[in-house]
Ligand binder design. Structure first.
Ligand code: AVI
Length: 331
């Protein structure tokens, strides 16, 4: 695991630094080989996000059917002052999966937080959005960490800085992409990252009507389909697989019993694909399970927070109760 630090002083108060904690490339191959060998073939959703995947995900966030992004943004904008009061002054904001950092700006402005640690596996996006943020807020100290945020990484030191509280910010309902058991383990990791006296601000998609959810994950323009299928293109590009991508189709549906959307890639006929000298057979209609997106009621999610050692204190929602932003403190 390589560690690279690059220091670029920008102003007497602000600095931008980057640390890389990237997993080796073989991890992608190992994970895909292991997933394709399961009775229900599956690939972890974190592999959606190569450069093309990040671009497609940004396009998803703009879709009329995909309500979570704009709803969460509106909640953060409308409640920014209250969220800032909940967090308090001199906070270090640690964002898991920071991406384009659009939501962060709302919090940074309200908080006037002097320390920001974005953590993201997409190195290019991390660098460009951190530098853009640094240009906008010259007094902000930024240390970008290029890492898989679900695994342990070392938090940076800010020399002599008066940090009163560490706050993990995890917007976008990405927590829904874990199983409930994984989500509690992840919340526990967030609690340990925030440490004693720390807090968590987390965006969580709420349970709702199946029609709305089915449309949000199978949009009319087919952007989500391209996002899902890009996974096979990526395997072909980076791992030299020979998937016939046009012989798979995007499939997404909400399962109200499990309370989650499932995304799959369905084989349009009987076929095989090769990867790293191994052959994988697909029957017609057989699927590769690529993502779950769990939806939680407010009470369900608060209970998960408690199980992970948080005390749920605040919930901010939109008038239609589509989405919730939870404020929790380390118990
Ligand atoms: C990143 N994550 C929260 C998105 C979601 O809604 O589960 C990923 C996504 N998949 C399809 N559309 C969006």
């Amino acid at each position: 695991m390589g560690v690279k630090a690059e220091l670029s002083p920008r102003s007497p108060s602000g600095v931008v630094r980057f640390h890389d904690f990237l997993p080796p490339r073989e991890t992608f191959l190992d994970d895909v080989l292991a997933g394709l060998a399961l009775p229900q073939k599956s690939i972890p959703p974190k592999y959606f996000y190569d450069e093309q995947g990040c671009r497609l995900f940004e396009a998803i966030c703009e879709l009329p059917e995909y309500y979570p992004t704009r709803t969460e943004m509106a909640i953060l904008r409308g409640c920014a002052a209250e969220i800032a009061r909940f967090i308090g002054p001199d906070a270090q904001l640690i964002e898991f999966g920071s991406g384009a950092q659009a939501k962060t700006r709302i919090l940074i402005e309200a908080l006037q937080a002097p320390f920001y640690v974005p953590v993201d596996i997409a190195g290019e996006t991390l660098r460009s959005s951190s530098l853009e943020l640094a240009r906008r807020y010259p007094r902000l100290n930024i240390v970008g960490i290029c890492a898989d945020y679900s695994r342990p990484f070392t938090l940076p030191e800010f020399d002599g800085a008066p940090i009163r509280r560490k706050v993990v910010f995890f917007p976008g309902s990405t927590i829904g992409n874990f199983t409930p058991t994984e989500a509690v383990a992840f919340l526990d990791h967030a609690r340990r990252t925030a440490g004693a006296g720390g807090a968590l601000i987390i965006g969580v998609d709420l349970k709702k009507d199946k029609r709305l959810l089915d449309a949000a994950y199978a949009d009319a323009q087919g952007v989500t389909a391209r996002f899902n299928l890009n996974l096979l293109h990526r395997i072909n590009r980076e791992l030299h697989g020979d998937f016939q991508v046009e012989r798979f189709r995007h499939k997404a549906f909400y399962d109200p019993v499990l309370g989650r959307v499932e995304m799959h890639l369905e084989s349009l006929g009987s076929q095989c694909a090769h990867l790293a000298g191994r052959r994988f057979d697909f029957a017609a209609g057989e699927t590769i399970h690529t993502e779950i997106s769990c939806k939680y009621s407010i009470a369900e999610f608060q209970e998960m927070g408690r199980l992970a050692g948080f005390s749920p204190e605040k919930i901010w929602t939109d008038p239609d109760l589509l989405f919730g932003v939870h404020g929790m403190v380390v118990a």
